[in-house]
Design a protein around this ligand. Structure first.
Ligand code: AN0
Ligand code: CP
Length: 324
């Protein structure tokens, strides 16, 4: 695995999940694999889980870790080519990313979409510019359209908690006060569509994901119907893809409640976090045995550690092909 920016970089998904579960049982079994290798974790946006779990994962593999909040700690970066840089951006990505590539063996990057221009966001400009100019393997820490480390975590968590071979997994849209990216639902759908699950996406009309992400999932427009017989309820808000970046609905009927959880097959409740209590999901659900959100977040370490191990092995193969 050279880069990890989407499911398409993972050639054997069940093997990745198994490897992560083994890693969880023996966290330090590869503690020398990253010795003398440096990862730079670059954040254009806020993060709690991704930042800490990826740092911990890299340290468990013996890596050196540098973390930077881009723009806040460093200069504001210009991403577009051929611009007359007489505005507020002091440095171009072509120099900044190339310099970061001098210091780091792997570069992790978090950069949310603007939610203003769909074409720009879905072209993954920031991710692609870093890929082009660092000359290093890139680890996505959530880009404009995807959050693959989150989705791998989600699959690991479903594998751990499932009680049937082919569980019913429901991704349900939920209300929110802010317009949020489609990254988490896009990625979750993409990974579920490649997994042994019966997958449904429930959302109000107008919240359809891009067809390349929703794929063949069952689509349900009723806030209750999808819950019937579900083994996993995965809640997430996202803004509209069609009416790009807009909030079209804030109907509290879409909030996850204990009443709706009663329709399920004693489903586990999942959310990537951060979650707004009593907007997305009511207290009673988060505070009940249904909720596995904290265990889910704990699994972020094993997802990151498994992916980083694969990336380090791929680097080592390039550097010393005679050893393999
Ligand atoms: C972000 C999102 O929805 O993409 C990050 C989630 C991991 N959430 C918020 O900004 C609240
Ligand atoms: N789930 C997730 O990526 O959380 P953070 O935004 O806190 O990293």
């Amino acid at each position: 695995m050279h880069h990890f920016t989407s499911i398409h970089d993972a050639y054997n998904i069940p093997q990745l999940v198994n490897e992560a579960l083994l890693m969880k049982r023996a966290p330090y079994s590869d503690c020398f694999i990253g010795k003398n290798k440096t990862i730079g974790l670059l954040f254009f946006n806020s993060s709690l889980r991704t930042r800490l779990s990826t740092q911990k994962a890299a340290q468990n593999l013996g890596m050196n870790v540098m973390v930077m909040n881009v723009g806040a700690d460093s200069w504001q970066l210009e991403m577009n080519e051929g611009v007359i840089m007489n505005g507020d951006k002091a440095e171009h990505v072509s120099e900044a990313a190339a310099v970061i590539g001098q210091y780091c063996d792997i570069v992790g990057l978090r950069s949310f979409p603007s939610l203003v221009n769909r074409e720009d966001d879905y072209s993954e400009l920031v991710l692609n510019q870093f890929m082009k100019y660092t000359g290093r393997p890139i680890l996505s820490l959530e880009s404009a359209t995807r959050h693959p480390l989150q989705s791998l975590t989600d699959l690991i968590t479903i594998q751990e908690h499932k009680k049937t071979a082919r569980p019913k997994v429901v991704l349900t849209w939920a209300p929110h006060v802010k317009a949020l990216p489609q990254c988490v639902p896009n990625s979750f759908a993409e990974w579920m569509n490649h997994s042994e699950v019966d997958f449904t996406i429930a959302h109000p009309k107008g919240y359809e994901l891009a067809p390349e992400f929703s794929g063949n999932a069952n689509i349900c427009y009723d806030p209750k119907e999808a819950f019937e017989g579900a083994d996993f309820i995965y809640a997430k808000n996202w803004s509209s893809y069609q009416d790009y970046g807009k909030i079209l609905n804030s109907d509290p009927a879409w909030m996850v409640t204990m009443d709706k959880m009663k329709l399920t097959n004693t489903a586990k409740f999942m959310h990537c976090l951060p979650v707004r209590r009593n907007v997305v999901v009511e207290d009673a659900v988060l505070d009940s045995d249904h909720s596995i959100v904290v265990q889910q977040a704990g699994n972020r370490v094993w997802a990151a550690q498994t992916v980083l191990k694969e990336m380090l092995l791929s680097l080592a193969k390039k550097e010393s092909p005679y050893l393999f």
